[in-house]
Design a protein around this ligand. Structure first.
Ligand SMILES: Cc1ncc(CN)c(N)n1
Length: 222
């Protein structure tokens, strides 16, 4: 029997849950996250998304057929047209100007995560790269679903973070997440146990870097 995407999350269950259910996520859902922590996260996430858009361009370069090329193009478009567009709107709403964004120093957590993924993708093949990208795409989709199911999550205008939750809960992002899981399921079905171990390590590392990214927001770390 072949592997599936869920075998990757099962292989690092504790890290995966620590990422999905992080204190930053809980506070965001409850609407109690300190505004400065969210602002710090938003600014660093702007830099993060620019590097992740580059990673999707790398995925286009590594593609072997038109389907993979289109998927990489769709990933790049989702980041540029959905996430970054809304993100710049959030920044405006939270008092962060375009010139603030242009002058931002990159935090260590942003540097570590984005360069790790670009390096893993440069050294490896398309599957390595898309596994390293998966905690980002699949994780945020799962986080939105998890938050929607929690009794402490405050929905509607009473929660200042409602637009953020709604973005990742929205059809565009959820469809992109499902398509990625389907592609990963098909590729993972063909790999050997030794290759799966390599990929599981990559997935776990990227998941741990996501945890550091949340913590960077909570700590306002540089
Ligand atoms: C750090 C991080 N990880 C994931 C996502 C969702 N693309 C994001 N915007 N930022």
């Amino acid at each position: 029997m072949g592997y599936r995407f869920r075998d990757l999350t099962a292989a690092c269950q504790d890290d995966w849950r620590a990422y999905i259910e992080h204190d930053f996520v809980r506070a965001l859902g409850a609407g109690t996250l300190e505004a400065d922590a969210f602002r710090h996260y938003l600014q660093q996430d702007y830099l993060f998304l620019i590097h992740f858009a580059r990673a999707y361009a790398l995925a286009a370069y590594k593609s072997r057929d038109l389907d993979e090329l289109r998927q990489a193009f769709d990933g790049l478009k989702t980041i540029l047209d959905v996430e970054l567009d809304l993100h710049r709107g959030f920044c405006r709403d939270w008092g962060i100007s375009e010139s603030d964004l242009a002058a931002l120093p990159e935090s260590r957590a942003t540097l570590a995560y984005t360069r790790y993924v670009l390096d893993a993708g440069s050294r490896g093949d398309l599957l390595d790269l898309r596994i390293a990208l998966a905690p980002c795409l699949v994780g945020y989709g799962e986080i939105a679903g998890w938050l929607a199911a929690q009794p402490f999550t405050l929905r509607g205008d009473a929660n200042p973070y409602e637009p953020w939750i709604a973005m990742y809960e929205g059809d565009d992002f959820q469809a992109a997440m499902r398509a990625e899981i389907a592609w990963l399921d098909a590729r993972l079905a063909e790999v050997t146990p030794a290759r799966f171990e390599q990929l599981a390590r990559l997935f776990r590392d990227a998941t741990r870097l996501e945890i550091d990214f949340w913590q960077m927001g909570l700590d306002r770390a540089d």
